[in-house]
Ligand binder design. Structure first.
Ligand code: CP
Length: 314
């Protein structure tokens, strides 16, 4: 059976912990030849810095070769080729396809037509499951556990696909969520319903101040996603809504870490970068290990294979 990595909703608690353990192995030894002879395709129909480059680095560090595009304008899509035909063509060349697309559900569709595994690198405002794996890994590394944490999600909770994925994944670990957003960018009803159905505790806030975040273990900041707004006037109204600075962090718990999927625009002041609570740069670095684990998983390489791997390059 073909393994895809399209949505985080399918992952069990055991599978998440298994993937974290695999990422830990890759953090110990990132350079191996487990994917030697394989070809990885990265098809990015939307801009990216971290996701594409860390997937490509993961493929390179595992000994695979990489093909693909970072700009759909250079493809035959501009001549009218459909996504289905593009996916079928690339399946002739590659062993696994990593795809980012602006349409929600595009990765699921690709997984249904492709004979090779599909890895979702973000589909519209829907899901970003590989980001979610690196977020989970970052939370686990900084807190020593995923259990019973107070997680504050701040900013654009309407269009921010990373918070949607993280919310679903954390359902196994008894979190308390705090959704901090202006009403225009509130967590969509379907995700609040998801919380209700899975017994996930949450509160909503519109104010963002040091009192609101004083009991946070994780402060997950997000960018207001300009590219998803149909009305740019509305973007202008909300774009500066919350800005995190050192003053707001003065009552934070010692263990609290600030995450952000990046890129940031102005929602985290640059002064915060040197604050001991800042973790977003290291978080992006964890993407390499999480994505090495994802490649192995979709290509049928198990945690035992990784633990007994004799291809490590010191
Ligand atoms: N976090 C993230 O998805 O970043 P990029 O858009 O740069 O890939």
């Amino acid at each position: 059976d073909k393994h895809n990595f399209v949505t985080i909703a399918d992952l069990t608690r055991e599978k998440i912990l298994y993937m974290i353990e695999m990422a830990q192995e890759f953090e110990k030894h990132p350079n191996r030849e487990l994917l030697k002879g394989k070809v990885v395709a990265t098809l990015f129909f939307e801009p990216s810095t971290r996701t594409r480059l860390s997937f490509e680095t993961a493929a390179n560090r595992l000994g695979a070769r990489v093909i693909g595009f970072a700009d759909p304008k250079v493809t035959s899509g501009t001549k009218g080729e459909t996504l289905k035909d593009t996916i079928l063509m690339v399946s002739n060349y590659a062993d696994v396809i990593v795809m980012r697309h602006y349409i929600e559900g595009a990765a699921q569709y690709a997984s249904e037509v492709a004979p090779v595994p599909i890895v979702n690198a973000g589909d519209g405002a829907h899901q970003h499951p590989s980001q979610c794996m690196l977020d989970l890994y970052s939370i686990y590394k900084t807190q020593g556990t995923l259990e019973n944490l107070n997680i504050y999600m701040v900013g654009d909770l309407k269009y921010g696909r990373t918070v949607h994925s993280l919310l679903m994944a954390m359902r196994h670990f008894n979190p308390t969520f705090h959704f901090v957003a202006p009403k225009e960018l509130a967590m969509p009803k379907e995700y609040k319903l998801y919380c209700d159905e899975h017994g996930i505790k949450y509160q909503e806030h519109t104010a963002f101040n040091e009192k609101v975040i004083a009991d946070a273990d994780i402060l997950y900041m997000t960018r207001v996603q300009k590219e998803r707004f149909s009305d740019l006037m509305e973007y202008e109204r909300v774009k500066n809504v919350y800005v995190l600075n050192n003053e707001l962090l003065k009552n934070a718990k010692p263990n609290m870490k600030i995450l952000h999927p990046l890129p940031r625009v102005n929602e985290i002041a640059y002064e915060v970068d040197d604050n001991p609570h800042a973790y977003y740069i290291q978080q992006a670095g964890n993407g390499l290990f999480a994505r090495e684990a994802i490649f192995c998983d979709v290509l049928g390489i198990t945690l035992d294979d990784v633990k007994n791997d004799k291809t490590i390059i010191k």
